[in-house]
Design a protein around this ligand. Structure first.
Ligand SMILES: NC(=O)c1ccc[n+]([C@@H]2O[C@H](COP(=O)([O-])OP(=O)(O)OC[C@H]3O[C@@H](n4cnc5c(N)ncnc54)[C@H](OP(=O)(O)O)[C@@H]3O)[C@@H](O)[C@H]2O)c1
Length: 297
C-alpha cells in the first residue's frame, strides 16, 4: 500500500452528520477521503467534492460496490441511519440499519481494510429493549465476530438535535418538552467532535483498535439545557416535564424508552475524553459557535 493509500478512508454517510464531520476532520488532517453517496449531484455531495473528497455513487445494499470502493483504502468509517419516526426517517426500517451495518463490516473484511471505525451509540452494550440501540448492539457483535480491527465510537445524544426538531429535544414554541426528569443529567456531544474522535482513532490505531469509547462533551439536566438555550437564543425557553404515566397506554414503546433512560447511569468520563481531545465542546461552546446559527439566533 502506498503512503497515500495508507492515509485514506472510505467514509459511509459522508453527506450526513457524523460521516460529514469525520470526512471534514480527515481532509483537514491531510487524509484522502472517498465518500459513498446515493447521489453525487446532491448539495452535500457537491460540497464534499469541493472540499477534496472523491465521490462514489452507491448504496449500502450493494456489497460488491462497497468492496470495490474499499480495495485501496486503509480505513472505513461506518454509520447507518436509524428509524426515528415516520416523519423524520421515512425511508429507513430497523432491519435496514442492521443489514447495512453488517454489509459495510463484511465488505471491510473482504477488502482487507486495516481499521473499521463504527459509529454506534451509548448503551449499545446493554440490553435496552430500544430497537435503535439493540440494532447497534447487533452490528457491534457482528463486527467483533468477524475478527477485524475495529473501534466502536459510542456517541451520546447530539447537541444538534436541539436544532433539528428531534422528539424530546425540540424547543419550538418556547418549551423544551421532555419526559427526561428534571434532575437527570443528559450527556451531550457536538457532531463535529464525533468527527475528531473518528480521526483520532484512524491516526492512532495502536491506541484505538479493539476499543469501544463512549463519547460526550457535556452533561446537563433538562432545566440547565433550557436555560442555556434561552441565553443563546435570547428567547425564553422553559423546561416542561412530560408526565410519563399517560404514555404507558398511549405509547408503550416510548414509555419503556423514557423509563429506561431516566434510570440509566449514563456517566461518561468527560475529563478523560478532554485529555484525548482538549477542544471537546461543552454545550455553551457549541451554542456560541455552530449551535447559535443552527438555532437561527
Ligand atoms: N441523533 C442522536 O442524538 C444520535 C446519538 C447517537 C447515535 N445516533 C445514531 O446516528 C445514526 C445517524 O447518523 P447521522 O445523524 O450522522 O446520519 P444522517 O445525518 O441522517 O446521514 C445519513 C447518511 O446515510 C447515508 N445513507 C442513507 N441511506 C443509505 C444507503 N442505503 N446507502 C448508502 N448511504 C446511505 C446518507 O447519504 P446519501 O443520502 O448521500 O446517500 C447520509 O449521508 C443513527 O444510527 C442514530 O441512531 C444518533
Amino acid at each position: 500500500m502506498s503512503e497515500a493509500q495508507n492515509r485514506s478512508v472510505l467514509v459511509v454517510g459522508a453527506t450526513g452528520q457524523q460521516g460529514g464531520a469525520t470526512a471534514a476532520q480527515l481532509l483537514k488532517r491531510g487524509w484522502r477521503v472517498r465518500a459513498i453517496t446515493r447521489s453525487a449531484t446532491g448539495d452535500a455531495a457537491k460540497r464534499l467534492a469541493e472540499a477534496g473528497a472523491e465521490l462514489v455513487e452507491g448504496d449500502m445494499d450493494d456489497r460488491a460496490l462497497l468492496v470495490a470502493a474499499m480495495r485501496d483504502v486503509s480505513g472505513v468509517f461506518s454509520v447507518q441511519p436509524t428509524f426515528i419516526t415516520p416523519e423524520l426517517s421515512p425511508d429507513v426500517s430497523h432491519d435496514d440499519e442492521v443489514r447495512w451495518g453488517k454489509n459495510v463490516a463484511d465488505a471491510a473484511k473482504a477488502a482487507g481494510v486495516r481499521h473499521l471505525v463504527y459509529a454506534s451509540s451509548i448503551n449499545a452494550d446493554r440490553h435496552s429493549g430500544m430497537p435503535t440501540l439493540e440494532n447497534k448492539r447487533e452490528i457491534e457483535q457482528h463486527i467483533r465476530a468477524l475478527g477485524i480491527a475495529a473501534t466502536m465510537l459510542r456517541p451520546v445524544s447530539f447537541m444538534e438535535n436541539y436544532a433539528a426538531g428531534m422528539p424530546g429535544q425540540s424547543a419550538i414554541g418556547g418549551e423544551l418538552t421532555t419526559a427526561i426528569k428534571a434532575d437527570v443529567s443528559q450527556p451531550l456531544i457536538a457532531v463535529a467532535d464525533i468527527g475528531v474522535f473518528a480521526a483520532l482513532a484512524f491516526e492512532n490505531p495502536d491506541e484505538y483498535v479493539g476499543r469501544a469509547l463512549e463519547i460526550a462533551g457535556d452533561s446537563l439536566t433538562p432545566p440547565q439545557i433550557a436555560a442555556a438555550l434561552s441565553r443563546a437564543t435570547g428567547r425564553s425557553i422553559r423546561h416542561v416535564e412530560m408526565p410519563l404515566e399517560p404514555l404507558r397506554e398511549q405509547n408503550p414503546r416510548l414509555y419503556r424508552a423514557y423509563t429506561w433512560l431516566n434510570e440509566q447511569d449514563l456517566g461518561v468520563d468527560i475529563p478523560a475524553l478532554r485529555r484525548l481531545h482538549p477542544d471537546l465542546m461543552t454545550f455553551e461552546t457549541w451554542l456560541a459557535t455552530r449551535g447559535r446559527a443552527l438555532l437561527g439566533a
